[in-house]
Design a protein around this ligand. Sequence first.
Ligand code: MN3
Length: 198
Amino acid sequence: MAFELPPLPYAANALEPHMSANTFSFHHAKHHNAYVTNLNNLIKDTDLASKSLEEIIKAVAGDSAKAGVFNNAAQVWNHTFFWSSMKPGGGGKPSGDLLARIEKDLGGFDKFKEDFKNAAVTQFGSGWAWLVEEKGTLKITKTGNADTPMAHGQKALLTVDVWEHAYYLDYQNRRPDFVQAFLDHLANWDFAAANLKG
Ligand code: MN3
């Protein structure tokens, strides 16, 4: 069964003014959709065609002969995860167990914001910044291009896409402003808390 582009978890204009419907018309309808189409073409009539997206990513991670499959499968997963990492009226501060874990493992929520923003801003070229859990500890990481935490034994909790296509229409070259808006107005802490529990 071929993969399909999942719908956005909110209307395309629901995150305005922080992320515009115009950005979604390219980022979701064009970029994300292209990764789905490419992946389906690459796995057609292979033994990967019957596997789940997560199974495909883990099966081809680190295999240079399957880099095209990895890049497209991981980008399908990363983008679906990114849409859910945001919500209308998001941002602010997490609560409960997630906040306690951020305080214990990452030096407090203000330190988290500083370090997460730094990871996102200093990812050279295209990639992602992440809040992950690895061996029971929360960490902030960044990955290049399509790379994704599950390829490194980490559980993703929250992400921001820092490919230029994620912010250029709304922020041009101002990646720090985009990441600040993500933290202040978009981050979906309910999603992150559910991922930590799950
Ligand atoms: Mn993207």
